[in-house]
Ligand binder design. Structure first.
Ligand code: GLA
Length: 414
């Protein structure tokens, strides 16, 4: 598939044992043929929405936190806005017994009971593992127990699996194929395909989410291993620099996303860290433009009304969930202002104008060029953050708060 892959060692949060395989120019890949063969078109027809424990709880998450999150998704109206998955990230894993069956640890005394509770709320439950012997937080991974683990998840009633590369790199790729990058890549792809097969063999629909940090052009081969989504980046952090640099890395990836198979620029940090109101809105808006999975990662029981209003903005969610599944592209940048557009079903269009500058209005006045978007003004649309109608005209001046956004849905662009 690929002649060369460059490996470089990095430290990844809790995972110092991970080595990074950087993308090298790809040789022609058989992705298209494989997509048809392997993708499950019925799973994740729109990007998955829900909540994941990692960004807020990290390794402290417990059964009770998951139950609380489930309660809150219902109480805050998030479930009804589309947030269906509650995903337990790393650190739920205990020991394997003599038969190799993995047990959850003391933080999760009864996973089946937890799944039943989550399901009783009209929600679905997700879980996390690694193709290596250890997860990123050094808990038990699924190596050599793939079928057994998949059956276990199905018996509990799991609906989603995040499968995180981590220790597979040093323990398998580098050990079995030292200095043979092509072989290392083959081992990785086989490992992901193996778990896909194991999940499908359970007969239970389980959304399959790859986490290998966006290396090795995963978007080219992710669908061929049955992935419904694949991480396109290193871990997100709750600050503007992280969010904006991830956003920029997504330019050019739109053609790889579509119903059933999505680029994943990582989970939401909305409501975390010290993100400003403008930054939270821009982050959420742009993840919706990117047709990203909307997996909130905040402290739901202590969410402010402002954060709740952002996460439950139905107009913005509708952009993310648009059934055409066509991800946004960056139309142009002018100084610190970036303009992205997304084609929506029914011929509609979403236009996002964002100010990446640290001053209001960026470093120079900005005038929107409709011509550069292939459009002619005036155009009537809806401003999705004020909820009011807005008319876009060619060369109109737009002033935005630092890290702020104007997000407009135009029903009939021309
Ligand atoms: C990696 C992943 C994160 C999270 C942690 C858990 O760093 O990229 O999203 O799952 O592992 O250990």
């Amino acid at each position: 598939m690929r002649a060369s892959v460059v490996l470089a060692t990095v430290v990844l949060g809790l995972c110092p044992l991970v080595a990074v395989a950087q993308a090298a120019p790809a040789s022609p890949s058989p992705t298209h043929k494989l997509v048809k063969k392997s993708a499950q078109p019925s799973a994740a027809l729109t990007p998955p929405m829900g909540w994941n424990s990692w960004n807020f709880f990290h390794d402290h998450v417990t059964d009770q936190d998951i139950r609380n999150a489930a309660d809150q998704l219902v109480a805050t109206g998030m479930r009804d806005a589309g947030y269906i998955y509650i995903n337990i990230d790393d650190t739920w894993e205990g020991e394997r017994d003599a038969d190799g069956v993995l047990h959850s640890n003391a933080k999760f005394p009864d996973m089946k009971a937890l799944a039943d509770y989550v399901h009783s709320k009209g929600l679905k439950l997700g879980i996390y593992s690694s193709p290596g012997p250890l997860t990123c937080a050094r808990y038990a991974g699924s190596l050599d127990h793939e079928a057994q683990d998949a059956q276990l998840y199905a018996s509990w009633g799991i609906d989603y699996l995040k499968y995180d590369l981590c220790s597979f790199i040093p323990s398998v790729m580098e050990k079995q194929a030292p200095n043979d990058k092509a072989e290392q890549m083959r081992l990785m792809i086989d490992a992901y395909a193996k778990m896909d097969k194991a999940l499908k063999a359970t007969g239970r629909p389980i959304v399959y989410s790859l986490c290998q940090y966006g290396w090795d052009a995963v978007w080219e081969w992710g669908p061929s291993v049955g992935a419904n989504l694949w991480r396109t980046t290193d871990d997100i952090q709750p600050n503007w620099l992280s969010i904006y640099s991830i956003l920029n890395e997504q330019a050019g990836l739109a053609k790889y996303a579509g119903p059933g198979h999505w680029n994943d620029p990582d989970m939401l940090e909305v409501g975390n860290g010290r993100l400003t109101l403008a930054e939270n809105r821009t982050h959420f808006s742009m993840w919706a433009m990117l047709a990203a999975p909307l997996l909130a990662g905040n402290d739901l029981p202590h969410m402010t009304p402002e954060v709740r209003a952002i996460l439950t903005n139905r107009d913005v969610i509708a952009i993310d969930q648009d059934r055409l599944g066509q991800e946004a592209t960056r139309a142009y940048s002018d100084g610190e202002i970036d303009v992205w557009t997304r084609h929506l079903s029914g011929g509609a269009m979403a236009i996002a104008v964002m100010n990446a500058g640290s001053d209001r209005n960026s470093s120079h006045p900005f005038h929107l060029s409709l011509a550069k978007l292939g459009l002619h003004g005036p155009l009537t649309g809806k401003d999705l953050w004020t909820g009011k109608d807005i008319t876009l005209t060619d060369k109109m001046p737009i002033e935005l708060a630092s890290h702020g956004i104007l997000l407009v849905r135009v029903a009939k662009p021309r």
